[in-house]
Design a protein around this ligand. Structure first.
Ligand code: IPM
Ligand code: MN
Length: 362
């Protein structure tokens, strides 16, 4: 009996549906080749539905999604909807309600992809950011008083509990042990770097730092530990990205440094991420936005969504199929594409999907 998985697909806004369509195409090719079954169900959540119905997410949406083995998301964000409504009402709501407490964001430069960093190639840019995904300034803790007056006060706090920090660190240590550079035959150590700001956020990152060393000392002596302030992290991500292996950090810093990471790996057309609940339902997405100006033109790069699909298969335990997709993507970037940028790939969106799918099927 081959295994079977139920996948919810939220194409979302803008180019989201176009890129998830290609991801589904490639995933189907992988399922056929590696002998498992994927059942996809589409959900129309996003800006267009909100503008039509006035409802961001229907009341039963989260329970409905919870019944699936995983979720594939395209993009959320619509030019006619005020910023914040869809992001908070869909993307962040799903991350929180499904307790997807890890945001896993590989920063990997594929062969043939142009890198804005001088003198750096695929051998230098090959690390992963484990971004905590439920706490920090994302919790809505705070408020505003005297709004609209010259004395307006706005507070939005970075909030972490020991529980949140510990479960994130545990995932990061395990990840470093299993997938770090030593485990992959690419270095002497598996290294986990904590990215914080212990010189200013003396409550928040002091908690992270103590928990980091306590856990490392107790359970992960085989994983090398490093610490970087977030500002220095940004500097080294540009100057010496080869120093990094696995980086763990809070939600806000993780948001920021992963956009920097994405541009060093060739931009939003290629960067994928996973919102992971190791005990529950995870959601995978290209980390770029909905790109309204490219919508419907069949010119957007679908590889980030395809990469998100590969990450999904890895989390589902279909390791071989996941590796096959990533290898096929590398083959296509190295041999078939002129650029990662929309409209400059030398192929249309659907053609890039076809190229990867046929390579997977080989
Ligand atoms: C991301 C995005 C989101 C975030 C926004 C859209 C809420 O920037 O996935 O990185 O801040 O997490
Ligand atoms: Mn972001």
């Amino acid at each position: 009996m081959s295994k079977s998985y139920n996948i919810a697909v939220i194409g979302g806004d803008g180019t989201g549906p176009e890129v998830t369509r290609e991801a589904v195409k490639v995933l189907q090719a992988a399922a056929a080749k590696f002998n498992f079954k994927l059942n996809f169900t589409d959900y129309d959540f996003g800006g267009a539905r909100f503008l039509r119905t006035g409802e961001v997410l229907p009341a039963n949406a989260v329970d409905e999604l919870r019944k699936h083995d995983a979720i594939l998301l395209g993009a959320i964000g619509h030019p006619d909807v005020k910023p914040g409504i869809l992001e908070k009402g869909i993307l962040l709501k799903l991350r929180f309600d499904l307790d997807q407490y890890i945001n896993l964001r590989p920063v990997r430069l594929y062969p043939g992809v142009e890198c804005p960093l001088k003198g750096k190639g695929p051998e230098h840019i090959d690390y992963v950011v484990v971004r905590e995904n439920t706490g920090d300034s994302y919790t809505g803790t705070g408020g505003v008083t005297m709004k609209g007056t010259p004395h307006e006060v706005a507070v939005q706090s970075g909030v972490y509990t020991r529980f949140q920090v510990d479960r994130c660190l545990k995932y990061a240590f395990e990840y470093a042990r299993k997938h770090g550079k030593k485990a992959r035959g690419k270095g002497e150590h598996n290294t986990l770097a904590l990215c914080g700001k212990t010189n200013v956020l003396t409550f928040l990152y002091d908690l992270w730092e103590r928990a980091f060393h306590e856990m490392g000392e107790r359970d992960y002596k085989d994983v090398k530990r490093e610490y970087y302030h977030v500002d220095a992290t940004c500097m080294w991500m540009v100057k010496n990205p080869e120093w990094f292996d696995v980086i763990v950090t809070g939600n806000m810093f993780g948001d920021i440094i992963t956009d920097l990471g994405a541009i060093t790996q060739g931009g939003m057309g290629i960067a994928a991420g996973g919102n992971i609940n190791p005990e529950g339902v995870s959601m995978f997405e290209p980390i770029g936005g909905s790109a309204p100006k490219y919508t419907g033109k069949n010119i957007i790069n679908p590889l980030a969504a395809v990469g998100a699909g590969a990450m999904m298969l890895q989390t589902l335990g279909e390791e071989k199929a996941s590796v096959a997709i990533e290898s096929a993507v590398m083959y296509v970037t190295a041999n078939k594409m002129k650029s990662m940028a929309a409209g400059k790939m030398g192929h249309s969106t659907t053609e890039v999907g076809d190229l990867v799918a046929s390579k997977v099927a080989e």
